[in-house]
Design a protein around this ligand. Structure first.
Ligand SMILES: Cc1cc2nc3c(=O)[nH]c(=O)nc-3n(C[C@H](O)[C@H](O)[C@H](O)COP(=O)(O)OP(=O)(O)OC[C@H]3O[C@@H](n4cnc5c(N)ncnc54)[C@H](O)[C@@H]3O)c2cc1C
Length: 389
């Protein structure tokens, strides 16, 4: 197959050179050799296994942007981008290490005490701990102020009760950052993030591994907290009530990371489709010889190029600490919308074979859909952008 990383023919941005480029190559090899051969099994089981996480940890693919003193590789978001791009280019999109690396671990690095960092980050880096973040509840998705999960202080413990749903890595995760209300009367100011190490507590239950239309191999679950007791030292931050601010501060990276998955899948879809239309014959010629095919692919390649240039600029700004929440929302919404469009058009160019699961474009079509929903729906992104007008 044509290399998705080269399909747009663009020069590499400065942040993707040297060691980041080497990490991309290494991660691509790992995904192709260790994960891709077992991917159908994970899709069928609707979950990865712990062994794959431990192998990714041993290969240095977990916590790449965490400092070396906490077991990470001391990189930046550029390193995380390289890993997520490798996942997308190889086509093992259900491997939930993007969330673990660039969402869960950073909360602990940025808001954790020294003791918390030493306790949890090295194990997140080896894969002994698998991370998840539990914000969404049956009654609170877009509007996180409606979270009902309660954390009540009881001596030197919190007692957590409530339920969460749609939680990525929910069947395997054993370190879960739970969005709770420590003071329900204070609205957003009564929200706190508390870490639950599920192996250490009683009263924690995993619900169903939810039956999704795509991203089958990624376990997505309901979680139940029935008076789960954790030490008060599991609070993230030096005082209660900071949870909402912490969430808002981390959202730009979470949103940019969805853009990473989007641009990587766009490039893979183009590479696969260009190969396909060169091979497939109709009316005595290759499908690529029809002007419609060329025009369609010309449009998609142009839009993908615009998307990649925008994405690269966002990463450069993020590494310099200058990616504002509005631009991150633009990246999430625009790139995931473009992903949906490109994958749909590419499937069309495959004809009936595009609808068959044995062709990768079929799975990409199912996997792409959720990108417009999670991490804040694209409507919420437009709301945030609208506020800046
Ligand atoms: C596969 C998957 C994985 C997920 N992983 C996680 C995870 O790891 N952790 C986690 O906490 N959550 C996770 N989620 C949850 C996800 O973030 C939410 O589904 C999402 O934020 C939307 O919330 P909701 O489903 O309650 O939709 P709702 O909030 O009920 O929205 C329904 C519709 O109304 C629209 N809408 C809502 N408010 C407004 C408004 N003010 N203006 C205009 N339109 C509006 C929405 O855009 C949407 O179209 C995941 C979801 C999925 C599907």
């Amino acid at each position: 197959m044509t290399n998705p990383a080269e399909i747009l023919g663009l020069p590499k941005p400065a942040w993707a050179a040297d060691e980041v480029g080497m990490l991309y190559d290494m991660a691509s090899r790992f995904m192709a050799e260790e994960i891709a051969p077992r991917y159908d099994e994970f899709e069928k089981n609707e979950t990865f296994d712990r062994e794959s996480w431990l192998k990714a940890g041993a290969a240095g693919l977990l916590c790449a942007s965490m400092p070396a003193e906490y077991g990470g590789s001391g990189g930046t978001f550029a390193h995380e981008s390289a890993i997520i791009e490798a996942i997308g280019h190889v086509g093992v999109d259900g491997f939930g290490i993007g969330l673990h690396n660039s969402i869960v671990a950073p909360y602990i690095l940025h808001y954790g005490s020294e003791e918390q960092k030493q306790k949890w980050l090295p194990k997140l880096a080896t894969g002994e701990l698998i991370g998840a973040i539990a914000m969404t509840e049956p009654g609170a998705g877009s509007d996180l102020q409606g979270v009902k999960t309660r954390a009540e202080k009881d001596g030197n413990h919190y007692k957590i009760s409530g339920s969460k749903t749609f939680i990525t890595n929910g069947q395997l995760a054993n370190l879960i950052i739970v969005v709770t209300k420590t003071d329900p009367d204070k609205g957003a100011k009564g929200t706190s993030l508390i870490v639950v190490e599920t192996d250490e507590v009683e009263g924690f239950e995993r619900g169903r591994n939810l039956d999704k239309i795509g991203l089958k191999s990624n376990d997505t679950s309901e979680l139940f907290f029935n008076d789960v007791r954790v030490p008060t030292s599991n609070l993230l931050g030096d005082e209660e009530g900071k949870g909402f601010v912490q969430l808002m501060q981390q959202l730009p990276q979470e949103r940019l990371q969805i853009g990473t998955g989007a641009i990587a899948m766009i490039e893979r879809a183009l590479a696969l489709t260009i190969d396909y239309v060169k091979e497939r014959k109709a009316f005595g010629k290759a499908v690529i010889d029809f002007q419609n095919t060329q025009f369609k692919l010309a449009e998609l390649k142009t839009e993908a190029t615009i998307g990649r240039v925008f994405y690269n600029d966002c990463v450069a700004r993020h590494i310099d600490g200058g990616l504002d929440p509005v631009t991150a929302s633009m990246a999430k919404y625009w790139l995931s919308d473009l992903q949906g469009k490109v994958v749909d058009e590419c499937l069309q160019l495959h004809g009936g074979y595009g609808y068959m699961n044995e062709y990768p474009i079929a799975r990409m079509y199912r996997d792409a859909r959720v990108q417009r929903i999670y991490g804040g729906t694209n409507e919420i992104m437009k709301l945030l952008i609208g506020r800046s007008l």
